[in-house]
Design a protein around this ligand. Sequence first.
Ligand code: HEM
Ligand code: HEM
Length: 184
Amino acid sequence: MNELHSAEAVRVWDPFVRIFHWSLVICVLVNYFVIDDGETIHQWLGYTASALIVARIIWGFVGSQYARFSDFFPTPTRLRQHVHNLLTHQQDDYPGHNPVGALMMFALMALVLAMGVTGFMQTLDAFWGEEWLLELHEVLASLLILGAGFHALAAIIMSYLERTNLIKAMWTGVKVRSRLKPSG
Ligand code: HEM
Ligand code: HEM
């Protein structure tokens, strides 16, 4: 029989990553659910979201250990190993992002940038009255919210599988993982 025993704490997310994440969530959710009129506040929140992504890309090269892209870039080998570990119920050792989570992270970041670009284009005279642009902006926004929903659900499921509260860790910066120890 196994018992949940010791816990291991690793400081993973630096303050930049945490502030980046929750500021991004606020900008995206407010722009989608609260202020979707395309006026000044919507535009500024959208540009702030895009600026956060640009800053995060820079941080991916110069930031702390687990914030760097080199730590979690989803190479085919890493993806295969992670899926294999999941299927065989082995705990894999990614203090930072796992490779599948990293794929979603890049997709969400690309969608936020695309929101900034299609939003900006709507403000240009050259595209005045172009219905397709608003439709594209809308479709991308829906994909972003859908993707973020999956991402949040995956974070909850992985928290159970890894016995680590990943959401709390994105707030405190520290991942606390319970270890299974054989009893007796
Ligand atoms: C609009 C909504 C969201 C977007 C665009 C988004 C985007 C991201 C991005 C880009 C990262 C990578 C962080 C980094 O390394 O800088 C991330 C990580 C993370 N997000 Fe979100 N997120 C969203 C909503 C949420 C929500 C609602 C939750 C919680 C329920 C959540 C939980 C997490 C967690 C736990 C991680 C770290 C995963 C890990 O431990 O590897 N996110 N998110
Ligand atoms: C996080 C990024 C963004 C999200 C999630 C977002 C989301 C949305 C949504 C859901 C709509 C409503 C579509 C509809 O009613 O059919 C909308 C409309 C619009 N957005 Fe954005 N947006 C973002 C960024 C931006 C940016 C950066 C700009 C411009 C600088 C912008 C400009 C507009 C404009 C002009 C409209 C049209 C409003 C109208 O004519 O009804 N958006 N956006």
